[in-house]
Ligand binder design. Structure first.
Ligand SMILES: Nc1ncnc2c1ncn2[C@@H]1O[C@H](COP(=O)(O)OP(=O)(O)OP(=O)(O)O)[C@@H](O)[C@H]1O
Ligand SMILES: [Mg+2]
Length: 188
């Protein structure tokens, strides 16, 4: 009973957050965020789920923690990492979930200019996502044909948070092989 109340509360909060972003009423608090320690924190919180499913959960840092610092809203970025790593664990039954962090000095942004970013890749060896589903994945309440728990709000909110940081989020996935979510957050 406690667990289902908690699940309900999480879902309602997520829905409210989506509306807050939609209404333009969300204010972020920017401060220096160490993405390495943030990721380690989220991994630690989610590791019981991975252990339960006998999945390896690995972190690879290509740079020093100092180079993996950005200006951002730590609480909001925690939501993004929790959803991406949580999804990877939820939709993988065998193998591993790998998280790669690296600094990209010249990331080509959408308007053609190059900016320094921290790149976060969350990669799993799970079910994968069919191409036709990838296009709508970031919309509210969109879920695959699976029967796993969730409300289909996590990616919608994650995308809004990433965009509010002037970042990008992108999927690469192949059915039966796994999925990879790649986030770029500008360093400023
Ligand atoms: N790593 C992944 N591997 C396979 N499918 C995924 C992965 N991540 C997301 N998906 C698909 O995208 C859908 C939307 O993900 P999203 O995080 O928005 O919702 P959810 O995890 O189902 O629910 P919530 O995050 O609200 O608890 C999922 O239901 C699933 O079908
Ligand atoms: Mg989710």
């Amino acid at each position: 009973m406690i667990r289902s109340n908690e699940n309900l509360l999480t879902m309602v909060n997520m829905l409210l957050e989506v509306y807050r972003y939609e209404a333009g009423r969300k204010t972020l608090t920017f401060s220096p965020v160490n993405l390495a320690s943030l990721t380690e924190e989220v991994m630690k919180a989610l590791s019981p789920l991975a252990i339960d499913k006998k999945l390896a959960l690995n972190l690879e840092k290509a740079n020093s923690d100092q180079d993996l610092m950005i200006k951002g809203d730590r609480l909001e970025l925690n939501r993004v990492m929790t959803n991406l790593i949580g999804n990877a664990i939820k939709f993988t039954d065998q193998g591993s979930v790998n998280i790669d962090l690296s600094k990209v000095v010249n990331h080509e942004s959408e308007n053609g200019s190059t900016i320094p970013t921290v790149r976060i890749e969350v990669r799993d060896t799970g079910y994968g996502i069919p191409l036709e589903e990838q296009a709508t994945l970031f919309e509210s309440f969109v879920q695959g044909k699976h029967k796993r728990g969730g409300s289909g709000l996590g990616l919608q909110l994650s995308q809004r948070i990433v965009h509010a940081h002037n970042g990008t989020i992108q999927i690469k996935s192949e059915v039966g092989k796994g999925s990879s979510f790649i986030v770029h957050l500008p360093i400023r």
